[in-house]
Write a protein that binds this ligand. Structure first.
Ligand SMILES: Nc1nc2c(ncn2[C@@H]2O[C@H](COP(=O)(O)OP(=O)(O)OP(=O)(O)O)[C@@H](O)[C@H]2O)c(=O)[nH]1
Ligand SMILES: [Mg+2]
Length: 378
């Protein structure tokens, strides 16, 4: 498909924000989108996942942005869907800027997404450098700076490849680090990935965001030889990750505390998964009371030895709502299903007033990545 994208008089900006599961991509996308909106620009967001029913889509929509979701495979394998999503957004709102968040277990995005966009749709888009966000606690472990739970080598192959292809490595969550830890991480990343630029931000506190926004909106991606990727190891790494997406309808005869409910279910799942030796990459949930205020609760857990955090809270109790559960962890998908089942049972005991009905459930391992295009140069 090669139709031009309907647009304003000048090409739209295309910004892709990569990084491993849980690095803070969606949080950063929301910040960047807000910043651009405040500058009077129209923004269209594109989310992506191996499955459907996404926490990220619900979270970004709750912030009032138009979002297109590409499900059933990563951008590289669903390149035409990515272009179709841009078409849909363009027809509806003609964005000046598209911000796309790829799946957090995906790599080789330069050769399979940005270079094809430049070659085939070069008149429609100007392409920003590829940012790869980093959760510093995870990165310290991967780079051997600290001890702690880790993924196995083939998953870490993907993690490292993501960093290798970055135009810009963005250490996120600087609010979690001391000055010394920041310096050590900076040094380790520069040593191992010398060709990437490096920035430090906190998508939560706002530190460093101004410089990142400037780079994303004003500089162009450099045309250099794309990295080599061993697709057999990449596919094996992806297949080690279990994926679960579920949607659950909650009902209660009396109003209940949705924030407390989310904490109960998150900690029950964390307990179950840790007991099975599953390394959690990202466990995230939304609870939508379908209130006219557009309130939405979001809870996240990005490693086993942490506490699930409510990144958005509900203001009021609710008597009905929809729960979306997305879990990505290094474990067989069946283990995730069991964990959800046991956690819902546990919630039934702690919150007996709430009944839960599973409306949608999918659990699987991602299949072998088969990119639509692969260009080693733009
Ligand atoms: N402390 C801290 N937490 C952050 C920051 N940015 C994001 N987080 C938290 O990190 C967790 C994961 O954030 P997301 O934005 O959902 O991460 P993601 O990379 O989009 O995750 P996936 O889409 O699953 O790959 C959430 O609990 C966020 O609130 C930050 O700057 N500081
Ligand atoms: Mg996300």
């Amino acid at each position: 498909m090669s139709d031009p994208i309907p647009k304003n008089t000048k090409p739209a900006r295309y910004i892709m924000i990569g990084g491993f599961l849980g690095a803070g991509k969606t949080t950063a996308v929301a910040q960047l989108a807000r910043h651009l909106h405040d500058q009077g620009l129209r923004v269209g967001l594109i989310t992506n996942d191996q499955g459907s029913h996404l926490v990220d889509t619900a979270m970004l929509e709750s912030r009032g942005f138009p979002v297109e979701e590409i499900s059933g495979g990563c951008f590289c394998c669903r390149f035409n869907s990515l272009v179709d999503a841009a078409h849909k957004l363009s027809t509806a709102t003609r964005p000046d800027v598209f911000i796309a968040e790829p799946v957090g277990s995906c790599t080789d995005l330069v050769a399979t997404v940005t270079y094809p966009l430049r070659r085939i749709y070069g008149a429609d888009f100007t392409i920003a450098p590829l940012s790869v966000l980093v959760d510093p606690v995870r990165a310290q472990r991967v780079l051997g700076l600290t001890e702690g739970g880790k993924f196995s080598e083939k998953v870490l192959y993907i993690y490292r490849k993501q960093l290798e292809e970055a135009d810009l490595i963005v250490i996120n969550k600087t609010d979690l680090l001391t000055g010394e830890q920041r310096a050590a991480l900076r040094q380790a990343l520069t040593k191992e990935f010398p060709s990437a630029g490096l920035l430090e931000i906190s998508a939560r506190s706002g530190e460093g965001l101004a410089e990142w926004f400037t780079q994303m909106t004003t500089t162009q991606q450099v045309n250099r030889e794309a990295m080599a990727v061993d697709y057999d190891v990449y596919a094996e790494g992806e297949a080690l990750l279990g994926w679960l997406n579920a949607t659950v309808d909650l009902k209660s005869g009396e109003a209940f505390d949705g924030n407390a409910f989310l904490k109960t279910i998150a900690s029950a799942m964390q307990h179950q998964l840790s007991a099975k030796g599953a390394e959690i990459a990202h466990l995230k949930m939304t609870l939508d009371p379908a209130s006219p205020l557009g309130d939405l609760a979001v809870i996240n857990l990005v490693r086993n030895d942490y506490v699930a955090e409510l990144s958005q809270q509900l203001q009021d109790p609710l008597d009905a709502g929809q729960l979306i559960i997305n879990i990505r962890a290094e474990t067989p998908p069946e283990t995730l299903r069991e964990a959800v089942e046991l956690a819902l049972k546990h919630c039934g005991e702690v919150h007996p007033e709430v009944t839960a009905k599973v409306e949608h459930l999918e659990f699987f391992q991602p299949g072998r990545p088969q990119p639509t295009h692969r260009f080693t140069r733009a």
